[in-house]
Ligand binder design. Structure first.
Ligand SMILES: [Zn+2]
Length: 453
């Protein structure tokens, strides 16, 4: 296993961070193990819990970051290897991490610094392909929800709304009303349509939102030689700076012409769309109903609330006994967080030819666990990003020429989601639809890949 302490913390550069991890890229002297890689480290909250010096056994015992196992055992079964970053485990130590923090903490956004920092108690990190740091342009797109739900499990109120306007567009409308900056105009169903003209429209919309928000919306990020750029630095996308100064053409057009064909040609968007829609077949509404049904069918539930069920037959306007929120274990129904072997078993089922036998219109409570895991996995694909590597605009040479075409589009941020999120997603879904119900002119989003269930 590679050791990060073989390098100096000075040779790593802060790149970005999410809620759980922080990323640095290697920027030091030639080193075959680390050239072209990024280091992803887990974070812990500030103030950190008192540190306990790990003894040697702990160090040896610390398992590889779950991200690695999840990718090898699950994601590689769903997404072709050439579209995934290479991930491997590396050892880190406290002294090295402390030096890294001292050197680079100031590069992090202030609000992040107040909340968390690199977890000093960890002895392992993840080394991954550096997709943004080469001599190319890297475009990061967070595409979001790829489909309109089937109507079967939607209510009379939500059905007409949710089958006409996509989830992303409804959510954007709600967030915009709340004063947030959103990717206004962008509809993921354009990006996922497979249609050249609609894909180009999606690229223009992403560009415009990026441009108008000064690069703050999170659906599009552009990196030039490893650094995120904002609209003011857009001309740095042109091959060399001397050209850039003289350039007064249409960068938006150049960008769309470079990116569009790669998005049309890659199978990645089709794969993500298929995965999302075949994993989320009940919608959160149907999943929630199945959950409730499974709970009230549990024998212990029937006996515990026997008096309620006796009333049911006698009184009209019967009020149901209490139920636990979706995904939250109760005495009657348990719903443990999936382990890697749960995920593997789930995938065996999902990928088997018999999975087509599931009746998604009338799902059986025996299959509740299947549908819960499927929904969580669909959420992973609704939340992932893709990185597209392009040659600098108007360049005469091609730094990406050595890459196989397929390797230029990579799917990232494929983290497993937790059962605990389900109840929040259910609540958010209700809020979004309720808010959108009062919108007078509702947007019509077209799902080109929709098929009958
Ligand atoms: Zn839409």
């Amino acid at each position: 296993m590679a050791q990060v302490s073989d390098t100096f913390p000075e040779h790593w550069k802060y790149v970005s961070e999410g809620g759980a991890t922080i990323v640095f890229s290697y920027n030091g002297p030639l080193n075959p193990q680390f050239n072209g890689t990024v280091l992803r480290l887990r974070k812990s909250t500030v103030p950190a819990v008192p540190f306990r010096l790990p003894n040697l056994e702990d160090v040896q015992d610390e398992p590889d970051d779950p991200m690695i196992e999840y990718q090898h055992k699950c994601m590689e079964r769903l997404i072709p290897l050439e579209h995934l970053p290479r991930l491997e485990s590396v050892t880190v130590n406290r002294a090295w991490l402390e030096k890294l923090i001292a050197l680079h903490n100031a590069d992090r956004p202030e609000d992040r610094r107040a909340k968390d920092q690199v977890d000093l108690a960890r002895t392992k990190g993840v080394l991954a392909t550096d997709l943004v740091g080469g001599d190319w342009l890297a475009v990061e797109i967070k595409p979001k929800w790829a489909f309109l739900p089937q109507p079967h499990h939607l209510s009379e109120t939500t059905g007409p709304i949710k089958t006409q306007t996509c989830r992303f567009c409804m959510h954007s409308a709600m967030r915009a009303k709340g004063g947030e900056t959103v990717s206004d105009g962008y509809c993921p169903l354009d990006l996922f349509s497979g249609d050249e003209i609609r894909i180009k429209k999606a690229v223009y919309d992403l560009w415009d939102a990026w441009s108008e928000s000064n690069g703050t919306v999170n659906n599009l990020k552009i990196f030039v030689r490893g650094k995120t750029i904002g609209p003011a630095e857009a001309s740095s996308m042109i091959f060399d700076d001397s050209n850039a100064k003289e350039y007064n053409g249409d960068l938006r057009e150049e960008f769309a012409s470079a990116l569009g064909p790669l998005l049309v040609g890659t199978p990645v968007l089709d794969t993500l769309s298929k995965l999302q829609r075949t994993l989320d077949v009940l919608d959160i509404e149907g999943l929630s109903r199945l959950w409730r049904l499974a709970e009230i069918s549990a024998p212990l539930y029937r006996t515990t609330f026997a008096s309620f069920f006796e009333q049911e037959s006698l009184i009209t306007g019967f009020s149901p006994p209490p139920s636990s929120p979706i995904g939250v274990s109760s005495l009657f129904l348990t719903s443990p967080e999936p382990t890697i072997s749960d995920w593997s078993e789930f995938l065996d089922m999902y990928l088997s030819p018999t999975s087509a036998d599931h009746n998604h219109v009338n799902p059986s409570i025996e299959n509740l666990r299947y549908y819960l895991l499927a929904y969580l996995l669909s959420a992973t694909f609704k939340d992932c990003s893709i990185i597209v590597r392009l040659d600098p605009l108007r360049s005469t040479n091609s730094p990406t020429a050595s890459m196989v075409k397929a390797e230029r589009v990579t799917v990232i941020d494929l983290d497993p989601k937790s059962m605990a999120r389900l109840r929040k997603w259910e609540k958010l879904d209700q809020e979004i639809v309720r808010a959108y119900a009062s919108v007078e002119e509702r947007k019509v989003c077209v799902d080109a890949r929709r098929t009958a269930m």
